[in-house]
Design a protein around this ligand. Structure first.
Ligand code: FCB
Length: 464
């Protein structure tokens, strides 16, 4: 009996040591970084001349007057909070000159915007010359103002004809999207060097095909897998078309990444959960581009497939950052783990929707990880906060600036920061409540006034 107890004691001891050893190894591999208040308050060292210090927008959220799969979705009762729609938004389509002047006033030197596929190709193969000319004109105005344009080809919303043929999961999507990219490269290429083929493909796949909360409102793992593969093929086709049309093009994807940490660094289950979600959410798409092979696992559906044209198709890693979450094992839930927002700068949407839970250290850690994985220059393609009270945007921008400076000091090549966003706009299913703008929008008069934090943004713009 005593021998048995001794053996059991040994086994338990070995298990505890192994457990602690693995946790210690993981903790060393994934160190937590903390910026002190003093560091964040010290005078900012300027970014180098040529660093792109910009703002980011998307056509469907800002322009008003679009007709696409989102417009159709918005007409469904209950789809958008308070029944709001994108019909007017900030009327950017008719106010481009005014908005370029607003950018100039806060020392924006780069502007990321998306071109609206549904306007440019209202029917399959039919180009809308007037719409192309309007974007061509925007590119000209930006150059005149000393602002570098960065163009996104797809920021979630699809032409209705494309949605009706099966959207991004349709077998013909890559080819159609490739043609659109070729047209964009041919027409706008001379004035645009920086291209983002896709905005947040993981979000598009997850919201549209797993949660079913966004168009096309599917909850189907096999469809989600098709959408993911379709987006990868679409990216490859678009990148090839852009390179052919515009040999100097710098091409990338804007990836939504969040910092995922174990709730307890002593719980192996929490580590497992955070590492799993991290791989699934943050890196599956970019890994596929690096490896030329798409891998994704969802309950009941798996993707493991070589895709041509992916390797070498990205010149930079576009990083959109908003969230940090703590992951813990939750054996009683269907997913087996649960995610909780971490402390940090929490927007007024905190609680139910932690948009803006964005401590700068998390951005820094994500930049480090992306650089370690891909060794591609990093473009921060989005960072921002919903800040109705206008007290958090300034500290957020200052913190994100610090994260970039830290990363650069460590040798992590980083060439842009695009703040989301220029003017308050249509924030997808949340309507107009979240105010992300460097300018506040009066929805009645459409007047724009500088929002809290725009002074901080202007002051940190690199020297001309
Ligand atoms: C990003 C989206 C962008 C906007 C911001 C707040 O994930 O790319 O369109 O909704 O969040």
């Amino acid at each position: 009996m005593r021998r048995l107890l001794r053996v059991l004691g040994w086994i338990l001891g070995v298990l505890v040591v192994a457990w602690l050893g693995v946790c210690a190894y993981l903790a060393v591999r994934h160190p937590r970084v903390v910026f002190t208040a003093g560091e964040l308050a010290r005078p900012a060292t300027p970014l180098p001349k040529g660093f792109l210090w910009g703002t980011a927008t998307s056509s469907h959220q800002l322009e008003g007057g679009n007709t696409n799969d989102w417009t159709r979705f918005e007409a469904q009762p209950g789809a958008i909070e308070r029944g709001e729609t994108s019909a007017v938004s900030a009327d950017h389509w008719n106010r481009m000159a005014e908005d370029v002047a607003l950018m100039k006033a806060i020392h924006v030197n780069a502007y990321r915007f998306s071109i609206e596929w549904s306007r440019l190709e209202p029917q399959v193969g039919v180009w809308n010359e007037e719409a192309w000319a309007r974007y061509g004109d925007l590119v000209r105005q930006l150059h005149e103002a000393g602002i570098t344009p960065a163009v996104t080809l797809l920021h979630f919303a699809l032409p209705i004809w494309m949605a009706d043929r099966g959207g991004v999961a349709a077998p013909e999507f890559p080819e159609r999207f490739g043609r659109f990219a070729a047209e964009a490269g041919r027409r706008l290429g001379p004035g645009v060097d920086l291209w983002i083929t896709l905005n947040e493909p993981n979000v598009q796949m997850y919201m549209g095909y797993v949660l079913g909360a966004w168009p096309p409102q599917k909850k189907s793992p096999p469809e989600a897998i098709r959408a993911f593969a379709g987006l990868l093929r679409g990216h490859a086709a678009a990148a090839a078309a852009l390179r052919a049309a515009d040999p100097g093009a710098r091409i990338g994807v804007a990836n939504n990444v969040m910092l995922l940490e174990p709730k307890s660094r002593l719980m192996l289950g929490d580590w497992l959960g955070s590492l799993f979600v991290d791989q699934f959410w943050n890196w599956s798409f970019a890994d596929a581009i690096r490896n030329g092979r798409a891998r994704l696992r969802l309950p009941g559906a798996t993707l493991d497939e070589r895709i041509d044209g992916l390797v070498g198709s990205a010149d930079f890693f576009g990083l959109n950052y908003y969230f940090r979450y703590f992951v813990r094992l939750a054996p009683r839930t269907p997913e087996l783990f649960a995610m909780e927002p971490g402390p940090g700068l929490r927007s007024e949407l905190g609680g139910t929707s932690p948009v803006g839970d964005s401590p700068p250290e998390a951005l820094f850690q994500l930049m480090r990880e992306a650089w370690k994985r891909y060794r591609l220059p990093i473009a921060i393609t989005e960072g921002g906060i919903a800040d109705d009270k206008e007290t958090m945007r300034g500290p957020l921008i200052r913190g994100q600036f610090e994260a970039i400076q830290r990363a650069r000091a460590e040798g992590i090549e980083t060439f842009s920061y695009f703040h989301w966003t220029l003017v308050d706009n249509f924030e997808w299913e949340k309507g107009y409540r979240p105010r992300f703008g460097l300018y506040r929008l009066d929805r009645q008069t459409l007047a724009r006034t500088p929002a809290g934090g725009s002074d901080v943004f202007a002051a940190l713009s690199p020297p001309q």
